[in-house]
Ligand binder design. Sequence first.
Ligand SMILES: *Cc1c(COP(=O)(O)O)cnc(C)c1O
Length: 301
Amino acid sequence: MAIMDERRAVIQPLNKVWYKGKVAALDMLRLDLLHPVVSGNKWYKLRLNLGWARDHERKTIVTFGGAFSNHLVATAFAAKEFGLKSVGIVRGRQEQLTPTLQECREYGMELIFVTREDYTNRHQPEWAEQMVQHFDEIYIVPEGGANELGRAGAGLLTRFVDKSYSHVALAVGTGTTMAGLRSKLDATQHILGFVPMKQTEEQRHYVAAHTPANMAQTWDLIADTAFGGFGKWNEELLRFMNEFYAENQVPLDVVYTGKMMYRLRGLMDDNHFSSCDRILCIHSGGLQGNVSVQEQLVYTV
Ligand SMILES: *Cc1c(COP(=O)(O)O)cnc(C)c1O
């Protein structure tokens, strides 16, 4: 796809002041610079799926998500670039379109709203097929791009991860990106996944199911204990994000990467790492999710 120039994803060393000699190196892979709409890791999860659909004469991509889903927007945009139609099956009837859903529509995605109860059927292909009967040649991408091609696409991120890193830190939603990366990365490199939710069971189950069993000791998931769960934030998080921007000139998003870096900093302060560890943090994008807090941030999305 011509829209994606992967050379834009650079590795940026963070300001030494920020990690205060706690580790030997702390760098950030700036996937947020890849594209303004198709947020970082979403591209990697979609690229092989869309390529497969196109090569097999599928005409319509069908996928799933909530009213604030970065995956839905990314799919709407990328499908259009691939010359494919897209349909988004959206969790919950919406009184009003959120900015995310409006954007999906602008990129030509047809939205189908279902109740939260009906949405629990999303893993059953027959249910989805019946919902999109009036479209032909469909290809279903699960919620969050969580399928084999999604994981394989995420595995391509290993090209950015030099062997010298002892740790990789990334934000986790479904666990697809983490599972893909874990399967391909050297076993000596530890992966820390930061889940911006109170629970990590679902993600733990997913990553365990899709990575080699002998890798079980090489990854960890950390829940959001400070901010109260998915999409929740407070003044302290925004202050942290503004400070991080001032010190590193890196804009973080309020849902995923802001919480990841906040918690990573906490772990460093608690001496969780050794001073010779070298950490690569993955900035997975998601900056459009900052619209709701824009007025309180010193940087714009
Ligand atoms: C979707 C998303 C994630 C989560 O990715 P998974 O592969 O579902 O775990 C992380 N960060 C950002 C910014 C996202 O938009």
